[in-house]
Write a protein that binds this ligand. Structure first.
Ligand SMILES: Nc1ncnc2c1ncn2[C@@H]1O[C@H](COP(=O)(O)OP(=O)(O)OP(=O)(O)O)[C@@H](O)[C@H]1O
Ligand SMILES: [Mg+2]
Length: 254
């Protein structure tokens, strides 16, 4: 059964899609991977080279039961597939928090990891993503206000676990767009280490122009420029997270 992981932060533009696409690619070197684009912006869809308006079946059709989840899965690479999103997903009406869980139930055994790229809002769709997930990966853009956002997110996780009897856990916080020449970066890292010692990723993602260029070429960074600093950081981060997931699995079994 797949581990289901939402890449989420209600703050916009912090690197959720960049992390979702590039971690999905890296994980898929070793694991069977499904990426779900759960953001009406459809940025993961575009980043993986698909034209969102031309996709005949997207997440919306699965959530509204027009098509089965299997019909909505588009293969990208041997071990990587995606369920696409398009702007009409904005108008989806979900009357409870288990619609996504029910919609994807029949394929969870076909994958090792299902990653979900969440929208930058706490909509019913995002709550559905959280509800079906075991873990959250939360990218933050390095800055003082990121800390405030993180506390809000932790409270949301707690609310979801309490209100919906869910067991969502923060897997990791990924500092993104990091520039070590900036003194504020060092201060923020010191605070993150103090407040989130077990959750702060050891690997951070540098600000790297190649990461910003890759989406327009419709490929992950490892394909666009495999030796750039951004690609190497994602390779390292994926290794770190796979190790963490495997340790957590061992603990569960024990
Ligand atoms: N480490 C980085 N270095 C340079 N540019 C980056 C980096 N990470 C992300 N970007 C760029 O910053 C922008 C925002 O990133 P991204 O789309 O991944 O954020 P997001 O959190 O998914 O945004 P949204 O909240 O709109 O979904 C994009 O143009 C992306 O290419
Ligand atoms: Mg995004």
């Amino acid at each position: 059964m797949a581990r289901i992981i939402s890449v989420a932060n209600h703050k916009g533009g912090v690197g959720k899609t960049t992390c979702a696409v590039n971690l999905a690619w890296e994980f898929s070197r070793k694991k069977r991977l499904l990426l779900i684009d759960a953001d009406p912006q459809g940025n993961s869809t575009t980043h993986l080279g698909l034209i969102k308006h031309e996709q005949p079946i997207s997440l919306l059709d699965v959530l509204t039961e027009k098509h089965s989840v299997v019909e909505a899965i588009t293969p990208i690479d041997s071990n990587l597939s995606i369920i696409t999103a398009k702007p009409s997903l904005h108008y989806v009406h979900l009357d409870h928090h288990r619609v996504l869980e029910q919609a994807i139930r029949s394929v969870v055994d076909d994958y090792d990891i299902i990653l979900i790229d969440c929208a930058p809002s706490m909509s019913v769709l995002t709550i559905n993503c959280f509800f079906v997930s075991n873990y959250l990966i939360t990218p933050i853009e390095n800055g003082f206000l990121a800390l405030e956002g993180l506390n809000d997110l932790l409270m949301t996780i707690q609310d979801i676990n309490n209100n919906y009897a869910a067991s969502l856990e923060l897997l990791t916080i990924v500092p993104n767009m990091v520039d070590w020449r900036n003194r504020l970066t060092h201060e923020i890292f010191a605070q993150l280490k103090r407040h989130f010692p077990g959750q702060l990723a050891k690997t951070s993602i540098p600000r790297n122009i190649r990461l910003a260029e890759a989406p327009s070429h419709g490929v992950p960074i490892a394909v666009y420029d495999p030796l750039c600093a951004g690609a190497l950081a994602f390779e390292q981060l994926a290794k770190e997270l796979l190790k963490k997931l495997s340790l957590l699995k061992q603990k569960e079994k024990a």
